[in-house]
Design a binder for this molecule. Structure first.
Ligand code: FAD
Length: 498
């Protein structure tokens, strides 16, 4: 579906010619922007004969993918790019400090507790989970979800990329992907066969040296799991120190890595607080978008491509609103069908994470740091020096294991946190405790999403069908693994709290 939307009205050469032929100008650099697109809209086109701006590329969503695309596409000074974002910038009055809830790594749960920078989605009640409604935070701000995620940098196992290639995703095997990972990355431990040393995406290791992290890794070894010194390198399997997208004590989102450094490019225009509500088509070619900003409806056109980078929920949502999806569903909501494409909104897959929490026998968890006096101290240190407990997301250790001997490569992921987090931080922690996040990596439950209505402001209906594949047993099995790890170490003698 993305490929279809990548169709350009004109080929690359044609579009360049179009830009150079254009007379109307409206941006800083007269080489880059045209002020009319009417000549390539057919009479069926929604904006025929209207004076409307056009760009080489329109990118919908300034999130993880959108920021990278905006950077790379504007490397060519002949191309013009419009980056549309529904949320705000990730700075207040140009200051990262004033936006500390985004940029202070330890503050990560703040933005999960409200909808200021967050789409705040919820699933349908989950039949196989005692009808629990699951909360799905997603970023709505420059950087998208990379501005409110947990900052753990994990590439995935080489064998999963190789499987993609075997299943038909040409060019997505690990050997082809590795050079791009290296190109993107600047690892604080320096370049090697797997790590990059000079890319825009800064990656670092934790600095807290917290005894519970050390104990977790040691306990894992005592329980028979290997130590791995680089989960993104030669050996993913084992327990060890995690890589994090944190740089000089600050969250290193894709907005930090890719967008803010290129804001001065004259061929990049960014718009915030604008919700893209519809893709405009000429026949079945995407030629522009409609969006709302300050209560006004606006249209803009792309000479080359309309790129959807709104994320796993919002991109299919926008496609369906625009008439691309299951024709029967669209007709029921009165949406004119542009293309019957029933795959849009189907095959929704998400991986559950279980938090296994243990009470701590000694007062060494982060519980004390969450008391107001200590929080102020931590906050002041971060605001002045960008160091201390505010400068880490605290998910500094973790690992990957195989659930059973016959499994070819790790299928379970651990993150360790020397603290308790209840319901994404929406409920305050209650005691000296720590937790292991346990996540299956190749979940097989398959769900769907559909439009609730034709109103772009309505959230879509999200049905992940968690645990619907009858493999509940394997999840129970995973619950026992952290207990094994805990039991092997004297810090961890207590029973689970949840
Ligand atoms: C709470 C949380 C923790 C996570 N932790 C980790 C982690 O530790 N490590 C990791 O690797 N991954 C983590 N992830 C996942 C990771 O952050 C996402 O997979 C990734 O950021 C998705 O990138 P994306 O570009 O597809 O979408 P996003 O980064 O979500 O970007 C989409 C952007 O498009 C904008 N947008 C959407 N629709 C429209 C529209 N109609 N008009 C205009 N703009 C629109 C959104 O506002 C958003 O800014 C986490 C995710 C969450 C939510």
């Amino acid at each position: 579906m993305t490929t279809m939307l990548s169709y350009a009205m004109l080929g690359q050469t044609g579009a360049r010619q179009l830009v150079s032929r254009t007379r109307g100008r409206f941006m800083r650099d007269s080489r880059c922007f045209s002020a009319t697109a009417a000549h390539w809209n057919s009479s069926a086109s929604p904006a025929a004969n209207q004076k409307t701006p056009s760009y080489s590329y329109i990118i919908v969503g300034a999130g993880s993918a959108g920021c990278v695309l905006a950077n790379r596409l504007t490397e060519d000074a002949h191309e013009s790019v419009l980056l549309l974002e529904a949320g705000p910038k990730d700075m207040l009055l140009g200051s990262l400090r004033l936006s500390w809830k985004i940029h202070m790594p330890a503050a990560l749960t703040y933005n999960l507790c409200d909808d200021k920078y967050n789409w705040y989605y919820h699933t349908l009640p989950q039949a196989h989970m005692d009808n629990r409604v699951m909360y799905w935070p997603r970023g709505r701000v420059w950087g998208g979800s990379s501005s409110l995620n947990a900052m753990v940098y994990i590439r995935g196992h080489a064998e999963d990329y190789n499987r993609w290639q075997r299943e038909g995703a040409e060019g997505w095997d690990y050997e082809h992907c590795l050079p791009y990972f290296r190109k993107a990355q600047c690892h604080e431990l320096g370049e090697d066969r797997y790590r990059g040393g000079s890319g825009p995406l800064h990656v670092s290791r934790g600095r807290t040296n917290h005894p519970l992290h050390k104990a977790f890794i040691e306990a894992g070894q005592q329980a028979g799991y290997p130590f791995t010194d680089d989960m993104n390198g030669y050996q993913q399997e084992g327990l060890g120190w995690m890589d994090m997208t944190i740089y000089k004590g600050k969250r290193w989102s894709t907005a930090s890595a890719y967008l803010r450094p290129v804001l001065g490019r004259p061929n990049l225009k960014t718009e915030v607080h604008c919700l893209t509500t519809k893709i405009l088509f000429d026949g079945n070619r995407a030629v522009g978008v409609e969006y709302t900003q300050d209560g006004q409806k606006k249209r803009v056109f792309a000479d080359k491509e309309v790129i959807l980078s709104g994320g796993a929920i919002n991109s299919p949502h926008l496609l369906m609103l625009s008439g691309v999806g299951n024709a029967d569903d669209l007709k029921q909501l009165g949406i004119p069908v542009v293309q019957h494409l029933p795959g849009v909104g189907s095959n929704l897959q998400d991986h559950l994470e279980l938090y296994v929490q243990q009470q701590c026998t000694q007062p060494i968890s982060l519980y004390k740091s969450q008391k107001p006096f200590h929080m102020v101290k931590i906050g002041l240190e971060w605001l002045t020096l960008f160091t201390g407990y505010g400068a880490t997301a605290h998910l500094e250790s973790g690992g990957f294991i195989r659930s059973r001997p016959h499994v070819s490569h790790p299928d379970i992921q651990f993150h360790f946190l020397p603290s308790q987090v209840i319901d994404h931080g929406r409920v305050a922690s209650k005691m000296e405790a720590y937790q292991v996040h346990v996540g299956p990596m190749r979940s097989t439950s398959i769900g769907w999403m559909k439009l609730k209505s034709s109103n772009p402001l309505d959230h879509p209906i999200l049905q992940p069908n968690y645990l619907s594949n009858g493999k509940i047993q394997s999840l129970n099995f995973q619950e026992t693994i952290p207990s094994t790890v805990f039991r092997a170490y004297p810090y961890f003698p207590r029973k689970s709290t949840t």
